[in-house]
Write a protein that binds this ligand. Structure first.
Ligand code: SAH
Ligand code: SF4
Ligand code: F3S
Length: 480
């Protein structure tokens, strides 16, 4: 057990030197052209990828780039890719293919790809051969060296490909971050995954689990709260194994209790939890920490023990039920969501029925359902499969229907209830112009005098639909 290697400060300083070099070039370009250079930084993946993009955008911004969404008006276009399912890869590749016209029109544009998809050697090779308009490719382990890699790509020495790096992983601290302007912020507490679920590519492209130090996390939380963020999500592939590599004798529930001491009016959420490591200890901490939202995303993937074992998930459906019973007993107001994979190799109708039963019995507020997607290099890619495509799709549709029925009831039960919400956007409904989230993360469209983005407020629910609660304010809290 040993803490992950920290990238030495001297290496981080070196990256800042590259940032300064590019910034100087950009100032000169801006002087000549009368406009700041622009960059696109787009995320195709999950929250972790999004948090990575925020770091890249932070570096780009320090280099003097204005961040834009318009690929036709950008000097640098960076796509941060995902590999979790085939669809994610084909979507990213389709979008990269579509950039050929941009490159033709403006050959000086730098096209860069990073993230999980390109960390796979065979994909990096494919891009080298079949996507000649791509100038720069770097994997998840090289993210912190982006300034140096971009400098090389800008110098046009050649196409720059770097998917090197130790799967044991490093942690790079001290790089800039450009966060969104709303109430919500992501805070990575750890990187990588050690679980090797047999269907999943993540451990291969993200490396081993490594935890950031509690001091660094706490300092970042303090900064976020001071900057006015009110809805902060702690991120990791399996937050419940936080700290195992640090050897400090602390776990994720200890971290939650420590962070909860940071003063301020804010909510802490976290994702993702793994049922094999989630424990009563965690639920006790959630229940007792005032800042921690009573919201749990606990993916169970399948309700069949046979399938769970072949997925290498390390728990049974019975254990999952016990965890939920404990958590709900401690936190009756808990909102619960989960991920499910339909059509894992060898899944029978009887296995699927067990998934359906679990869904009906537990009653989730939200489900993320996925059709199994074969990922080359994972053990499940070699497993024999019996069910056909149509059969799997039919199971998928039945699952969605069962879930919609549950959600309709659960939403209806909020009618007339009073809840605390955080306003975080505008809604399309003219009668309920604000979009907000409950502490449990449910969408609320609301109305009431003086509501503003970033406000917490007390509301009463007027009506409910499958996707949204509608509410008016009761008492308004302080303004940000
Ligand atoms: N670390 C998290 C989530 C990782 S990926 C966890 O363990 O819960 C998010 C979700 O994608 C997973 O929970 C799983 O439901 C789904 N997923 C991962 N690999 C998949 C695959 N090969 N096919 C279909 N869905 C997959
Ligand atoms: Fe993938 Fe499993 Fe790790 Fe989640 S816990 S990232 S599903 S290997
Ligand atoms: Fe996330 Fe996709 Fe990578 S789900 S960790 S971006 S493979």
């Amino acid at each position: 057990m040993c803490a992950a290697k920290l990238v030495p400060e001297a290496s981080i300083r070196q990256q800042y030197e590259y940032i300064d070099l590019i910034a100087a070039q950009n100032r000169e370009k801006a002087r000549l052209s009368g406009r700041n250079p622009r960059a696109v930084a787009h995320t195709f993946g999950c929250q972790q990828n999004f948090a990575d993009t925020e770091r890249i955008a932070g570096m780009l911004s320090e280099m003097g780039y204005d961040i834009t969404d318009d690929v036709n008006d950008a000097d640098v276009i960076l796509y941060n890719t995902c590999a979790v399912r085939e669809h994610a890869e084909s979507r990213a590749l389709g979008n990269v293919g579509a950039l050929t016209h941009v490159k033709k029109a403006r050959p000086e544009t730098v096209i860069a790809l990073c993230g999980c998809m390109v960390q796979q050697e065979q994909i990096a090779e494919k891009i080298k051969k079949s996507y000649p308009h791509v100038d720069l490719v770097f994997g998840t382990h090289a993210l912190w060296r982006f300034p140096e890699l971009l400098f090389r790509a800008l110098s046009r020495e050649k196409r720059v490909f770097d998917i090197s790096g130790d799967a044991a992983g490093e942690i790079a601290e001290g790089l800039p971050v450009l966060r969104g302007t709303g109430a919500h912020a992501w805070l990575s507490i750890m990187y990588g995954c050690n679980n090797f679920c047999t269907y999943c590519i993540v451990p291969y492209v993200r490396g081993r689990e490594r935890s950031r130090s509690p001091e660094v996390i706490e300092a970042e939380l303090r900064e976020l709260v001071a900057a006015g963020y009110k809805d902060i999500t702690l991120l990791g592939q399996n937050v419940n194994s936080y700290g195992r590599d640090l050897g400090l004798g602390m776990d994720f529930s200890d971290l939650l209790r420590r962070l909860d001491q940071v003063p301020g009016d804010y909510l802490l959420r976290f994702m993702t939890s793994h049922p094999k490591d989630a424990s009563p200890r965690l639920f006790d901490a959630m229940a007792e920490c005032g800042h921690v939202a009573k919201q749990l995303h606990l993916p169970f993937q399948s309700g069949s023990d046979t399938i769970l074992q072949r997925m290498n998930r390390g728990y049974t459906a019975g254990h999952y039920r016990e965890l939920i019973a404990y958590a709900r007993n401690k936190m009756p107001e808990l909102t619960l969501s989960s991920d499910i994979i339909v059509g894992f190799p060898g899944e029978t109708e009887a296995d699927f029925q067990q998934t359906l039963s679990l869904v009906r019995e537990v009653g989730f507020d939200m489900l993320y359902t996925f059709l199994y997607s074969k990922r080359s290099g994972t053990p499940a890619a070699e497993y024999p499969d019996s069910a056909g495509k149509e059969e799997k799709q039919d199971r998928f549709n039945r699952l969605l229907k069962a879930q919609d029925e549950t959600v309709e009831h659960r939403q209806a039960a909020y009618l007339g209830k009073r809840l605390r919400i955080l306003v975080d956007g505008t809604a399309k409904s003219p009668d309920y112009p604000f979009a907000a989230r409950t502490e449990g993360g449910l969408l609320v469209c609301c109305k009431g005098p003086g509501l503003q983005l970033g406000d917490f407020a007390e509301v009463e629910i007027d009506k409910t639909t499958l996707r949204c609660l509608f509410a008016h304010t009761i008492i308004q809290h302080e303004t940000s």
